[in-house]
Design a protein around this ligand. Structure first.
Ligand SMILES: CSC[C@H]1O[C@H](OP(=O)(O)O)[C@H](O)[C@@H]1O
Length: 357
């Protein structure tokens, strides 16, 4: 049983407060989009897919408890709340993708005079609820495609891999993206060992990924971010697998800060470097990585740890939450629910799948 970051039933949403992990496992209720926005902003919930799901479910909960007198009122409310949720964090695109789909759906339903107002509201709530299982199904496909691709290039022998940040059940509805690949390897007895980086300054690796790996008894070792090069020099690492917050048209990818340098180190050591993400992380509207908006987080997230100062008082900080890995460094490919693709082909591949629908 994998860990769960989100608990939901109609009219009720709780999230695992990830700021308290691994010491304290505490679920907190979210009653509306204001609370959803704040939980995302504070990173009580984080991870591109989980942000989208929790944001939309916080709106679903609010809609469940609110009555509307006109179609216009409902439409304006939904548009306003979805736009607000997207503003919580700028780099991950999944919530913007979900918001766009939600606005398209409400616009279509509102124009259909055969559907009652209450049924329109219910249809939108069900659309948001469907995101939970859909995400898990997508993650399992990513896990399978990614594991098969890695094993194909390693004579189907158990592999040693490295991962960064947290891309597991605590970043998604369950199972995970990059960590989903690692889970699939583990489930099929093809995981020799996984090295997870601590991922300063929020420590998604030390606090969250390590928590998931220990929970599921995988062979795992935690390393500091500055140990990655020595780890690849000292061990036969078969692949590096990371997640993504936004993959753009030319295959450049924004992901947790430290990903770019991992890709450079992997290139130097001839270790295949993979990005694992669902199609909802793809943004064809941005042509190259230089145009991705990178979130800058508060300085205290670097200078304190659980409230204890770990840096000299008065020092200023540069704290970007993400960096951009150019497509040419994603040497293993981008692992999606449709297969593993060359980053430069990702837009054409997704266009093909859209046309096949
Ligand atoms: C499948 S999670 C994708 C992505 O989100 C994480 O960022 P954050 O913890 O700041 O939300 C990290 O970049 C993961 O790779």
């Amino acid at each position: 049983m994998t860990l769960q970051a989100i608990r939901y039933h109609r009219g009720h949403l709780e999230i695992l407060d990830q700021l308290l992990l691994p010491d304290v496992s505490k679920f907190i209720p979210l009653h509306n989009t204001d609370e959803g926005w704040m939980a995302i902003k504070l990173m009580q919930v984080r991870g591109a897919p989980a942000i989208a799901i929790v944001g939309c479910l916080s709106l679903a909960v609010e809609l469940t408890k609110k009555d509307f007198s006109t179609r216009k009122e409902l439409k304006e409310f939904v548009h306003e709340k979805l736009n607000y949720l997207v503003s919580a964090r700028p780099t991950a695109v999944n919530i913007a993708d979900a918001a766009a789909k939600g606005k398209t759906l409400i616009n279509q339903l509102i124009d259909n005079e055969d559907i009652e107002l209450e049924d329109i509201k219910l249809s939108l709530i069900k659309e948001f609820e469907n995101m939970l299982q859909a995400d898990i199904d997508v993650n399992r496909s990513i896990g399978r495609y990614g594991a098969e691709h890695i094993l194909k290039n390693c004579n189907n022998e158990p592999v040693m891999v490295m991962t960064h940040c947290n891309t597991g059940s605590l970043a998604t509805a369950g199972y995970g993206t990059a960590l989903g690949v690692i889970r699939h390897l583990h489930e099929h007895n093809k995981l020799d060992r996984v090295y997870c980086t601590e991922t300063r300054p929020y420590n998604q690796g030390a606090r969250l990924t390590a928590y998931e790996l220990v929970h599921e008894k995988m062979n795992a070792s935690l390393i500091c971010d500055n140990m990655a090069a020595a780890c690849m020099a000292s061990n036969k690492i078969h692949a590096v697998i990371v997640g993504a917050d936004r993959v753009v048209a030319n295959g450049d990818t924004a992901n947790k800060i430290g990903t770019y340098q991992l890709a450079i180190i992997a290139k130097y050591h001839n270790v295949p470097f993979y990005v694992a993400c669902p199609k909802t992380t793809f943004d064809p509207n941005i042509k190259s990585g230089k145009d991705i908006h990178i979130e800058i987080r508060p300085e205290h997230e670097m200078t304190t740890l659980k409230g204890i100062k770990i840096a000299a008082a008065g020092i200023s900080c540069w704290n970007p939450a993400f960096d951009v890995t150019p497509a040419e460094l994603i040497t293993g490919g981008i692992i999606t629910e449709y297969g593993v693709f060359n980053p430069r082909e990702i837009q054409d591949k997704f266009n093909e799948f859209d046309q096949q629908r």
